[in-house]
Design a protein around this ligand. Structure first.
Ligand SMILES: NC(=O)c1ccc[n+]([C@@H]2O[C@H](COP(=O)([O-])OP(=O)(O)OC[C@H]3O[C@@H](n4cnc5c(N)ncnc54)[C@H](OP(=O)(O)O)[C@@H]3O)[C@@H](O)[C@H]2O)c1
Length: 333
């Protein structure tokens, strides 16, 4: 095993922000106890913000960004991780507070990684990544209406930002759970693909962009929202009594102009989802639920694979809403 490896390194010396692919040595890693050979990472909204200018998230430089990775343990630790184990890291603030996944090797704390389920390969793990994990957390939140609150069955669900990394996995898993999914998108040319993922209906996002009424026709048992703003406000107003609205993102903005009416007249529930601060136990549970809820042949159709150099050219497209596909990063390409 060579001691040198390639990594994206961001720096911010005297307010001069830089990003480049560099050759580093394994002695670069001062913390962590498990040495992992990384195979894949991916590109999330947070990654794009960090690659742009640190996104006010990175506290110390230089830093290897990349909030997710999948790979294989090279040097184990204790009884939990031994050489050859396949592992995943998502969230945990990798790429912000410690080095992340845009590298051929990393050294991490054992508490930050989980074993990859046998039925998922390392590439598939990063087709999902933080976005996929978040989608499943949202889907379980929506399903809580029937399972935890013991209300009527969840039939009609709405997914916003449906062609995004979170949205497309949410469409697929909700459909596999047996729900009728309506997908909102700003990309009408993706309607056929959304139907292949499992959407029953596809709606142009323009229909949801106007100001929301205090209360609207109750249409949705559940909502997975990735965008916020007026689209979310309309979705809340259209949620049926006791419905659950799982919110995880702000792709259209941080503002939410709603009223108390849907909550006090219909007992609508807003369920915030954060994929970073969840226990390792819950993460393991979620990863092990995936195989039965996904068809990777279909997800693969909307994946572009890039190397570390290409990543530095394409990440701004995510921030400008120009990406049409999920980006998987092959760090050895
Ligand atoms: N809470 C958490 O733990 C967590 C985890 C992961 C992601 N997130 C957040 O979830 C959001 C989605 O993440 P992602 O990875 O799916 O991002 P993404 O791949 O960039 O997808 C976002 C999608 O939102 C839609 N969109 C973009 N700009 C919009 C606008 N101005 N108005 C309305 N819709 C717009 C687009 O879908 P259509 O064209 O199909 O409408 C786009 O594909 C982000 O805000 C991200 O930060 C949060």
């Amino acid at each position: 095993m060579s001691d040198s490896f390639k990594a994206v390194v961001i720096n911010n010396e005297r307010e001069n922000f830089t990003r480049e692919v560099k050759e580093l040595n394994l002695d670069h890693f001062k913390d962590g106890e498990v040495l992992v050979k990384i195979d894949y990472s991916d590109l999330n909204w947070k990654d794009a913000m960090i690659l742009k200018d640190g996104g006010k998230l990175v506290k110390e430089y230089p830093r290897i960004p990349g909030i997710d990775f999948s790979g294989t343990v090279v040097q184990g630790y204790g009884v939990e991780f031994k050489e050859g184990d396949r592992v995943i890291l998502t969230g945990c603030r990798a790429g912000e507070l410690f080095d992340g996944g845009y590298a051929q090797y990393t050294k991490v704390k054992s508490e930050h990684i989980t074993k990859t389920p046998e039925r998922i390969n390392n590439r598939q793990a990063m087709i999902l990544g933080t976005a996929g994990l978040t989608a499943l957390l949202c889907a379980f939140a929506v399903k809580a209406k029937e399972e935890l609150l013991m209300q009527s069955k969840v039939n009609d669900v709405l997914v916003t930002g449906s062609t995004g990394g979170v949205g497309m996995v949410a469409v697929m898993v909700l459909a596999k759970m047996g729900m009728d999914v309506t997908a909102i998108t700003g990309k009408p040319d993706k309607a056929d693909y959304l139907k292949e993922l499992g959407a029953k209906n596809v709606v142009d996002r323009k229909e949801f962009e106007g100001d929301a009424r205090l209360i609207d026709k109750g249409t949705w048992d559940g909502v997975v929202d990735t965008v916020g703003g007026n689209i979310l406000a309309n979705a809340i107003a259209q949620t049926k009594p006791k419905g659950i609205v799982a919110i995880c993102g702000n792709a259209s903005g941080n503002k939410l102009n709603t009223s108390v009416i849907p909550f006090i007249l219909r007992a609508v529930k807003l369920w915030g989802v954060d994929s970073v601060n969840i226990s390792k136990k819950r993460k393991e549970f979620i990863w092990n639920e995936f195989p039965g809820l996904l068809d990777f042949d279909i997800l693969e159709k909307s994946v572009n694979t890039v190397g570390l150099d290409d990543l530095l050219n394409i990440f701004p497209d995510m921030l400008h809403g120009k990406l049409k596909n999920k980006i998987v990063v092959d760090v050895n390409k």
